[in-house]
Design a protein around this ligand. Structure first.
Ligand code: PLP
Length: 490
């Protein structure tokens, strides 16, 4: 009989692991010399990485060297202190280590009995997170892979509650089915539309409620839209309110929106994927929305709590609603729950699920509530400093200021003279073009990475601050890069 081919020996594993950790350490020791991104020739990249399947196993040192040399430089360095694109997502060191142990154990947290401590720990971290963001901690909750999917699952539950016929059994095409409607602001994330596509509700039934001058959903227009739909026999399924919108990080006014929802018995889903954890920051407490008003809530620790992708928390205070929609138990997955335990597979369509709770547990325990609060507060302070620089500079504007550390900047040079941007189409296009070029040049330089959006003022440079490694000198350097690039482009 031949020997089992087997895995690396545990000794080799430790040796290679040491090499890897050393490489990661070196990366972060020198991270400010690493370009955040670099221009990339797609054809060259594809041909550089393309190769035949290796017939024989290769030495790990060689694989690691190739990875560092041929792959990593053409990633965008999302975990870089000068990465400010989209919403800065950040993986902290404890989170990174937790991912390693999670992979080593490779447990499946689908049923309680398939890994009791994984489910028990998931419940603990869900309760911690609920406490941090001010959501009732006895609510149903589940860790899912991304805020888009969390919203999809919440809206599936809302749909099944709202429609008269049994959607689980009959599908959407029942003969007596009324037209379902979802309401969200004109600023809401595209995941709401994708959910409507996926759930058979349809894009035309996503009603985009106009936002006010601060990019917040207008509750009066929401009330009108719902009343109009009810009068014509349509069925309001849910309102999706956003706390921390994608373009400018505005927050919809939850109290009046919840009041409209309650009046008509409509489900309120709160998408606080970005904004949720700033509830930890004391100086913001007076101005933040009350997340507990949502029937369901999504928050994204992968965005702002230093937990590596993917790590989204979905809550639903209408206990039982998620399981009414998603619980379906074939014989081979049955288990007894005499002891009051539960199966996480019942809370979403996902069966096999990783042990996401461990990285939450390690990150939250490593920094503590106070440490997380201090880090988010620091990001808020750096963003405020950046806004001040723009406001104090004759050539820069800071439109749609947010309370969160997302800064929208717009370069409007004095030298454009007296052109009135509100009426002069041509001047406005030129300024938009200028700002688009700044984004391109900054990102091509490798010194920082920013993204953009188009708001009522026009094209804006979006700067998201929130990497755990970012310092004052990083944000000062960022401002210097922006102003220098703007002058060069002009
Ligand atoms: C990031 C974000 C999403 C999408 O999150 P994913 O985890 O990437 O699916 C949805 N809504 C808002 C408000 C967001 O900020």
């Amino acid at each position: 009989m031949r020997d089992a081919p087997g895995d690396w020996s545990p000794v080799d594993f430790e040796r290679h692991g040491g090499q890897l950790l050393a490489a990661i350490r070196e990366h972060f020791d020198n991270v400010r010399d690493v370009p955040v991104a670099r221009p990339c020739d797609a054809a060259e990249l594809i041909s550089r990485l393309d190769s035949n399947i290796p017939e024989d196993g290769e030495d790990f040192s060689r694989i690691l060297a190739d990875t560092l040399e041929k792959v990593v430089p053409d990633l965008v360095q999302w975990n870089h202190p000068a990465f400010h694109g989209y919403f800065s997502t950040c993986a902290s060191f404890p989170g990174i280590l937790a991912e390693t142990l999670t992979a080593a154990l490779n447990v499946n947290a689908m049923l309680w009995k398939t890994s009791p401590a994984a489910s028990a720990l998931e419940r603990v971290v869900l309760r911690w997170v609920a406490n941090m963001v001010g959501y009732p901690d006895r609510s149903d909750g589940v860790l899912v892979s991304g805020a888009s999917l969390a919203t999809l699952y919440a809206l599936a539950a809302a749909r099944d509650v709202a429609l008269d016929h049994d959607v689980r059994d009959q599908g959407m095409g029942s003969p007596n089915a009324a037209v379902p409607r979802i309401y969200t602001s004109d600023q809401a994330h595209s995941s709401v539309d994708k959910a409507a596509i996926t759930l058979g509700i349809g894009l035309r039934n996503v009603v985009r409620i106009p936002s006010d001058e601060h990019y917040r959903m207008r509750p009066d227009l929401l009330a009108e839209a719902i009343a109009g739909d009810l009068a014509s026999g349509r069925v309001p399924v849910a309102v999706v309110a956003t706390v921390g919108t994608t373009s400018v990080a505005a927050a919809d006014p939850l109290a009046p929106i919840a009041e409209v929802c309650q009046r008509h018995g409509v489900w309120l889903h709160v998408d606080a994927a970005y904004g949720g954890f700033f509830a930890l920051v004391p100086r913001l407490r007076g101005v933040l929305e009350d997340l507990s008003l949502g029937d369901s809530l999504v928050v994204n620790p992968q965005k702002t709590l230093f937990v590596p992708l993917d790590a989204t928390a979905l809550y639903c205070r209408r206990n039982g609603a998620l399981t009414n929609t998603f619980r379906l138990v074939p014989e081979y997955l049955t288990s007894a729950h005499a002891d009051g335990t539960f199966d996480y597979m019942d809370f979403s369509p996902q069966l096999g699920r990783g042990f996401r709770a461990l990285k939450y547990w390690w990150v939250i325990r490593s920094f503590g509530r106070a440490g997380l609060e201090a880090r988010l507060d620091f990001a808020v302070e750096m963003a405020e400093w950046l806004r001040e620089q723009a406001r104090d500079h004759a050539d820069w504007q800071c439109p749609a200021p947010s309370v969160y550390p997302l800064v929208c900047l717009r370069y409007v040079p004095r030298s454009l003279g007296s052109a009135d941007l509100a009426t002069d189409e041509c001047a406005r296009a030129a300024v938009n073009e200028l700002n688009a070029r700044i984004v391109e040049e900054v990102n091509a330089s490798g010194a920082a990475y920013v993204s953009h959006s188009v708001i009522r003022d026009g094209f804006v440079i979006r700067v998201s601050i929130g990497n755990i490694h970012s310092t004052w000198s990083d944000v000062e350097r960022l401002w210097a890069v922006l102003t220098r690039t703007a002058e060069k482009v002009l």
